[in-house]
Design a protein around this ligand. Structure first.
Ligand SMILES: C[S@@+](CC[C@H](N)C(=O)[O-])C[C@H]1O[C@@H](n2cnc3c(N)ncnc32)[C@H](O)[C@@H]1O
Length: 222
């Protein structure tokens, strides 16, 4: 399981991070999911790489039947605990999103918030095309990923082996990808883009504030 990820030149072990009592990503849903989920039809939502489940919990509270996929057991445990406390019914799976079978034409929403940097771009593209096939008509794909504007780009360029454009493998074999302008949008074709943006934003979580360069995508299946 890909528990050990590299961010900004630093290894992050999400299994360990999520096993602490406090919520690393906070209670609030992601801005993108909160803003756009209402444009989706009713039905089943799938969150790939859900972390501690902030979007899973939000989507469940909005009436979606939700399945959350996450590679860490600690993340899944934390999500389940919150769901229980909030009286929400959700389904969670400890799995690698690259191997998770996405049923065709089933989902009203598929979310992948900051998952694609933790794999080879070819694997992310494969998840995107399976997610698109997994959406029902008018279903929404909501994704965010880091871009080459992220501060982690330069340290990776300097220290890691670039095995494909923007795809880095460090000394311990961990793969980390930073997306070029327009790349996420391209991966989401032929969805109709409802929203796409590339920008820098200041993020305060885990007690430390820092900048990220991100791409946001919301696409609809027509
Ligand atoms: C940056 S965090 C974002 C978590 C969540 N989407 C959110 O926005 O709060 C990325 C998450 O993806 C998970 N992850 C990374 N690679 C994965 C994979 N191949 N399959 C499933 N989960 C993965 C990590 O464990 C981590 O929880």
């Amino acid at each position: 399981m890909p528990h050990l990820h590299r961010l900004g030149g630093m290894a992050k072990d999400y299994e360990k991070i999520y096993s602490k009592p406090e919520l690393y990503w906070g209670k609030k849903p992601s801005e993108l999911t909160k803003r756009f989920a209402e444009l989706a039809p009713e039905g089943v939502a799938l969150d790939l790489g859900m972390g501690e489940g902030r979007d899973v919990l939000y989507l469940a509270s909005e009436g979606f039947e939700v399945i959350g996929v996450e590679s860490t057991q600690a993340g899944v445990n934390k999500c389940e605990r919150q769901a229980h406390e909030q009286g929400l019914n959700i389904k969670t799976v400890v799995a690698d999103a690259r191997e998770f079978k996405i049923a065709k034409n089933k989902y009203a929403i598929i979310v992948a918030m900051n998952l694609f940097q933790f794999m080879h771009k070819k694997e992310a593209a494969d998840i995107c095309s399976r997610a698109i096939a997994g959406l029902k008509r008018k279903g929404l794909f909501i994704a965010q990923t880091f871009t080459i504007d992220d501060p982690s780009y330069k340290p990776h360029k300097r220290k890691s082996h670039e095995i494909a454009p923007g795809v880095f493998r460090d000394g311990s074999g961990v793969i980390y990808s930073l997306y070029n302008y327009g790349e996420l949008l391209e991966m989401s074709q032929p969805l109709r883009p409802i929203y796409y943006a590339e920008y820098d934003y200041f993020h305060a979580h885990g007690g430390v504030g820092h900048w990220h360069g991100v791409a946001d995508l919301v696409g609809k299946k027509i």
